[in-house]
Ligand binder design. Structure first.
Ligand code: 5AD
Ligand code: SF4
Length: 465
């Protein structure tokens, strides 16, 4: 037995495997792909299975208490798996990356002995060096806001890596937040607003498009605050960047997320009417419909300003669909304040939304307030808001039945002969159709709306783009 298991172990040592699990926002999904690409250069192949993994990275989210606590319960399970592997003479290194790592630093190492490395969102390009230290038995934490630019250090993905991830990809264009909403940890975990240069973003996008990507979502914590260097001391806004990217041949669709109402420049609103590759779908978090609460959230805009942005977007692009984030039960929120949130949601009519109970986060101003709202009141308000938002979502989906929409096909459907893709409004659609449509935008007649996806019929199998 011993003699047979030894070669297997050395085989496993040569072909190291990494499992990267991402939680929270789209930027974590993007960072996870960059970590996987970086580690592939170090000899790690990606795996989806924990049993196979020599290295597990949890790319964590700190936005609400539940998200952060989930990480510790996950770490508890990993610690047990690691001990079992150690007993068999194998090892599994555990890395905590992302915003919990940034917020808690070495505390993570103290709270969970099985963790080997803690690395923040601005220093994960140093993972190879941290892994070398961990292999020598050290437990290390690096949560610096690194002086070197991680994007300059990170390797570009290969064509095969890009193709394996599908036809829609994220590109980070902006990081960090200077807004300091009084409930939010992001300015502390992701740091100050910073934008990547235009040329770097164009190069990354071209590489993705060359390998078959057809849709790019530009991401940033405050993406519409983007202001990136554009050579010769010039700077480009998000609208200008979108314009430049739209010129890339083969790229069919552009999206951007997440935006802040105060940075919703007229130029960007106008781009929705002028740039045909820019999809008519805008995720614009409002958080609350009450001016009093918006003020104490330090949002720097009122409900009317939000409604007027929506009106202007609809003027520029009449079919634009809106999406938002809401927080209920912020400290001091009265029934009347909550009713104002319901009224704003009714006035806009959202295609899709995310809504949350306020979760006090250590170190943020709102967490210290003594007018916290009772959990049962929060739950009641959340339930009422979610009923309304769900009605709006279903209504929006039902309204597309009978329409002809361009669908970007992404993958095989769940049933034999089916393929699945997305409408311009981010709705999932499945149709009977050939795999040759994957990666193409094809006209589809929507014939039915289910609770989570639409079904349709191909109008033509010729690709538009
Ligand atoms: N409690 C509840 N929700 C929050 N969000 C951010 N911070 C908190 C918090 N402390 C929500 C906001 C934000 C989304 C990403 O998460 O709605 O837009
Ligand atoms: Fe957080 Fe507000 Fe910045 Fe969004 S804009 S990341 S909610 S502080």
């Amino acid at each position: 037995m011993e003699a047979r298991s030894k070669p297997q172990r050395s085989e496993a040592a040569r072909l190291s495997k990494v499992l990267v699990k991402s939680y929270g926002c789209q930027m974590n999904v993007y960072d996870a792909t960059r970590m996987a690409d970086l580690l592939s250069r170090e000899g790690y192949a990606e795996t989806q299975s924990e049993e196979d993994a020599d290295l597990v990275i949890l790319n964590t989210c700190h936005i609400r208490e539940k998200a952060a606590e989930k990480i510790y319960s996950e770490l508890g399970k990993l610690a047990i798996a690691k001990r079992a592997l150690n007993a068999q003479g194998r090892d599994m290194k555990i890395v905590v990356a992302g915003c919990v790592a940034q917020a808690e630093g070495e505390e993570v190492l103290k709270r969970q002995r099985a963790v080997d490395i803690v690395v923040g969102p601005q220093s994960y390009h140093r993972l190879p060096e941290l892994l070398r230290q961990a292999k020598d038995g050290a437990r290390v934490s690096d949560t610096d806001f690194a002086v070197e630019d991680k994007f300059r250090v990170l390797p570009a993905p290969s064509g095969a890596q890009i193709r394996a991830r599908g036809v829609s990809a994220f590109v980070t264009v902006q990081e960090g937040c200077d807004k300091f909403c009084s409930f939010c940890v992001v300015p502390y975990t992701r740091g100050a607003e910073a934008s990547r240069p235009v040329a770097e973003i164009i190069a990354e996008t071209m590489r993705l498009v060359d390998a078959g990507v057809r849709e790019i979502t530009l991401i940033g914590q405050n993406v519409n605050a983007y202001l990136g260097a554009d050579g010769d001391g010039r700077q480009a806004s998000l609208a200008q960047l979108l314009d430049r990217l739209a010129q890339i041949e083969g790229l069919a669709r552009l999206r951007y997320t997440t935006s802040h109402p105060v940075d919703m420049a007229q130029e960007l609103i106008d781009a929705h009417g002028a740039n045909p590759k820019l999809m008519p779908y805008v995720h614009l978090p409002v958080q609350s419909g009450s001016d009093r609460i918006l003020k104490s959230m330090n949002r720097k805009h009122g409900a009317d300003a939000y409604l007027s942005i929506v009106e202007q977007l609809r003027k520029a692009r009449p079919d634009v669909a809106m999406s938002s984030d809401f927080i209920v039960g912020f400290p001091g929120e009265s029934d009347a304040d909550f009713e104002a949130t319901m009224a704003l949601a009714r006035a806009v009519g959202f295609a899709s939304s995310f809504s949350f109970k306020y979760s006090p986060r250590p170190g943020t101003p709102a967490a210290d307030r003594d007018d916290q709202i009772d959990e049962t009141v929060k739950s009641e308000r959340l339930a009422a808001l979610q009923v309304l938002l769900e009605e709006q979502r279903q209504g929006f989906n039902a309204a597309t039945v009978g329409k002809e929409l361009d669908v970007l096909f992404e993958k095989a459907g769940r049933h034999e002969g089916q393929i699945g893709g997305k409408t311009p409004y981010m709705q999932a659609v499945h149709v009977e159709g050939p795999m040759a449509c994957i990666g193409r935008e094809v006209r589809v007649k929507i014939i039915a709306a289910g609770s989570n996806s639409l079904s349709g019929r191909l109008m033509s199998e010729e690709a538009k783009a």
